[in-house]
Unconditional design. Structure first.
Length: 146
C-alpha cells in the first residue's frame, strides 16, 4: 500500500485513538461531572483534536512537518477540526433531541460524520506540503522509469 491509501489508514488509526479519548472523556464528564452531553462533547472533542494533531503530525503526515512550524500546523489543524466539531455537535444534537438517541451512540455517529471533513481539510490545508512532496517524488520516479 502506498501514498494516500496508507496515509488514510494511518489517519483512521489516529482517528480511532481520538475517538477513544473523546468517548471516554465524554462519558466521565457526563457520568461523574453531571455535565450536559453537548457541552461535555465540546470539551471531549477538543481533547481528541489535540491528541490527534500530535499523533498525525508525528506519524501520519511526518513527511510534511519540516516546512512549517508545529504551532502553525496545530493552529490550522485545530481550525479545520473545529469545523468538524460544528458538524459533530449538529449531528449529535439532532440525534439526541429529535430522535432520543443515547448520547454515547449519538457521539459515535457524530464523530463518523465529521471524519471526512477533518481528513480532507487536513490533507489540503494542514499538511499540504506533504502532498506537494509526494507529487514531486512521483514525478521523479516516473522520469527515472522512462
Amino acid at each position: 500500500m502506498r501514498g494516500q491509501s496508507w496515509r488514510f489508514i494511518r489517519f483512521g488509526i489516529v482517528g480511532a485513538s481520538g475517538a477513544v479519548v473523546n468517548m471516554l472523556l465524554l462519558y466521565l464528564l457526563v457520568r461523574y461531572g453531571s455535565w450536559n452531553p453537548l457541552v461535555a462533547a465540546t470539551v471531549a472533542t477538543e481533547a481528541a483534536i489535540l491528541s490527534n494533531f500530535a499523533l498525525n503530525d508525528r506519524w501520519t503526515f511526518s513527511d510534511g512537518r519540516v516546512a512549517t512550524h508545529w504551532m502553525h500546523r496545530a493552529a490550522r489543524y485545530n481550525a479545520i477540526a473545529l469545523g468538524g466539531l460544528a458538524i459533530s455537535l449538529a449531528v449529535m444534537k439532532v440525534l439526541i433531541q429529535e430522535f432520543g438517541v443515547y448520547y454515547l451512540v449519538a457521539n459515535f455517529v457524530a464523530i463518523a460524520a465529521a471524519t471526512l471533513w477533518n481528513y480532507t481539510g487536513s490533507i489540503h490545508l494542514t499538511w499540504a506540503v506533504s502532498r506537494q512532496k509526494e507529487r514531486s517524488a512521483s514525478a521523479r520516479a516516473l522520469a527515472t522509469d522512462s
